[in-house]
Structures are given as C-alpha cells and as structure tokens.
Ligand binder design. Structure first.
Ligand code: HMG
Ligand code: MG
Length: 295
C-alpha cells in the first residue's frame, strides 16, 4: 500500500446528517466498508449524545461490527470518560481532537485550547497504557469559520504539542474546506520541518471544490495518509457551512489512475456510497457515485 486511506464516513459523515441512521443499518454498512480493503475505518465518536445525537449509539456500533485483522477501527474521544467508554466497547485506535482557533475549540468542545491540552494529554497517556495507537486531529488549520485566517505558527505549536504527548499521527483538518493547493504546500512544508511526513495525514473537506487538488498537492510533497468519507458525506456541526470530506471513491479513482496503490476496491467502495445515499434520501456530492448511478 503506497497511500493509506482513512475512511471517516461513519463518524465525520454521519455526525452532521439530519436523517438518523439506525444502529442496525450503520453496522450493515460498516460491514460492507470492511470488505472494500480499507485499512482504517473511524466508526463513531464517544462524545456527549446531547452534542452529537446521530452518534449516540457509539458503543453498540463498535460492538456490533464484524472484526477483520486487516482493518483498524478508530473513534473520536474528547476526554477521559470518552476513553473509558471507547475502551469498554473495544476500539483499536483513539482519535483525539482540538482546534487551532479558540472560538471553534470553545464551540466544539466547550473549553479553551489551554484547558483542552491537559485533557488530551491524559487521554493519550491512558490510551498508550492500554496499548492503543492514537491519532490527533488538528482542526481549522487552513482557516476558522469564526476567526478567519489561522497563523501557521499556531498549527505548528499544537501539532508539536500533540506529538510530544505521544500521538502517532497528526491529521491536519481543513474543517471548512477552504484551502487551496498553495496553502496546503506552505503549511505542510512548515509542519514537516518538525514532524516527519510519514506521521502527517491530510483531512480535507470539499466545501469549495478544492479537496482533490489539495490531496494531490499534499501527495506531491510526500504525504501518504488521507482521510476521506464515502459518498463525500460529512461536516462539522460546530462549523457552519462546512460540507463533507473529500469522497473516498473519488480519491481512489485518482490514485488508481496515477498507478498508486491504496488496496481499496473502487467498485465496492462506490457500492457503499450508493447504499448510504439511499438510506439518507439525499443526493451525495461524490463524483464516482453519480457516474455509477448514471450507468
Ligand atoms: P461539557 O458539557 O463541557 O462536559 O462537554 P462536562 O465535562 O462539563 O460534563 C457535562 C456532562 O457531559 C456530564 O454529564 C458528563 O458525564 C457528560 P452529567 O453529569 O451532566 O449527566 N460527558 C460525557 N458523556 C458522554 N461521553 C463523554 C462525556 N464527557 C462528558 N465523552 C464535551 C464537553 C467534550 C463532552 C462536549 O463538548 C462534546 O461532546 N463535544 C463533541 C463535539 C463533536 O463531536 N464535534 C464534532 C467532531 S470534531 C470534527 O468534526 C472535526 C474533525 O473532523 C477534523 C476537522 O474536520 O477539522 C475531527
Ligand atoms: Mg472533519
């Protein structure tokens, strides 16, 4: 595998959907995703159900999905209580998260950045003691819906703080999908002077239609891990106007065409997009999905 695709649809995708997908349907859909060859699936979030009602069934989903030695199952964990719930459910990998901008962090997790960092440090230490790998999401890296431009030094200080805590990989989030390839290049170049490229992932949202171009720019720089969402589902409920992640199947189509191995089956992945589109009863933005439906 030359490029690692991290599927975040069941988490980032469903967290913002109006139509609540039943637990049974989520499990059936995730089992289909397991059969596509994906190496990682982010199943859900162990956050407060009042904040993210669509993922209130986190434990049942994690316990209900079919296990495979080829797939790592991850989940979002905001604090110690979330970790307790995630470990009890049997998650393989823990994903911690915070923003580079105060207002988004406050709205998303109800704390200042300074107060969030020790909470995350505690989660990372305990997750490591439980022999789990940990990824750290850094949000609003390329711009904040409330504060606008984000200083790249802030991105750097938060990313290095996470690495010093023991996080295995950081995922740079274009939370509101506003980045362009030159910005991706400048930011990643700067972050990569302190953090090896092998430990940096890109998490593009496609609000402005630049996500795939951003993936290509990051690939050219040497990034080899990309977050995508089947069908192009997704968005952050605490970032108004943020639309879905880059569609996983569109990314795979691009990498296939470039002879870059992802180990993910494009046809099976597109079938998973068709399946969830029917459940959600709204057209999803994925290009390959629309091609498949037109055939
Ligand atoms: P809070 O209200 O400040 O929490 O929420 P608290 O510590 O004051 O506790 C209040 C109550 O919440 C207590 O219950 C706790 O037990 C309970 P009570 O005593 O009142 O009955 N509680 C919990 N319950 C379940 N699970 C937990 C948990 N923790 C406390 N883990 C909290 C703080 C972090 C919980 C809340 O703000 C929250 O759940 N936020 C989640 C927001 C979220 O999921 N946002 C979307 C994901 S981030 C994203 O999409 C960006 C990303 O994709 C990258 C990118 O695109 O940039 C990752
Ligand atoms: Mg996201």
């Amino acid at each position: 595998m030359e490029v690692k695709i991290r599927e975040v649809g069941p988490r980032d995708g469903l967290q913002n959907e109006k139509e609540i997908v039943s637990t049974e349907a989520k499990i059936e859909w995730i089992n289909q995703l397991v059969n596509t060859g994906l190496p990682y699936i982010e199943l859900t979030s162990f956050v407060h159900a009042k904040w993210i009602p669509a993922l209130a069934d986190a434990s049942e989903v994690v316990k209900g999905v079919k296990r495979s030695p080829h797939v790592t199952f991850g989940a979002l964990v905001p604090n110690e209580y979330g970790l307790e719930r995630a470990l009890e459910a049997g998650i393989d990998e823990v994903a911690v998260f915070l923003s580079t901008s105060e207002t988004h962090n406050q709205k998303n997790i109800n704390k200042t950045i300074d107060k969030t960092l020790p909470v995350i440090k505690n989660v990372v230490t305990q997750a490591k003691a439980a022999k789990k790998t940990v990824r750290g999401y850094v949000s609003t890296v390329f711009g904040c819906p409330y504060e606008g431009t984000v200083n790249v030094d802030k991105v750097l200080s938060i990313s290095t703080a996470l690495m010093e805590m023991g996080v295995d990989e950081i995922s740079l989030g274009d939370t509101i999908g506003i980045a362009t390839p030159n910005q991706i290049e400048n930011t990643i170049r700067k972050v990569a002077t302190y953090i090896p490229l092998s430990r940096i992932a890109l998490h593009p949202h496609d609000t402005s239609g630049t996500a795939l171009a951003n993936v290509y720019a990051a690939y050219k720089l040497g990034v080899r891990a990309f977050d995508g969402s089947v069908g192009g589902l997704g968005g952050c409920p605490y970032a108004k106007g943020a639309s879905g992640n880059v569609a996983t199947e569109d990314m795979i189509y691009m990498f296939n065409g470039m002879n870059i191995d992802t180990q993910v089956d494009l046809e099976k992945m597109t079938e998973c997009a068709v399946w969830i589109q029917k459940k959600l009863k709204r057209p999803l933005p994925s290009h390959r999905l629309q091609v498949a439906l037109a055939e």
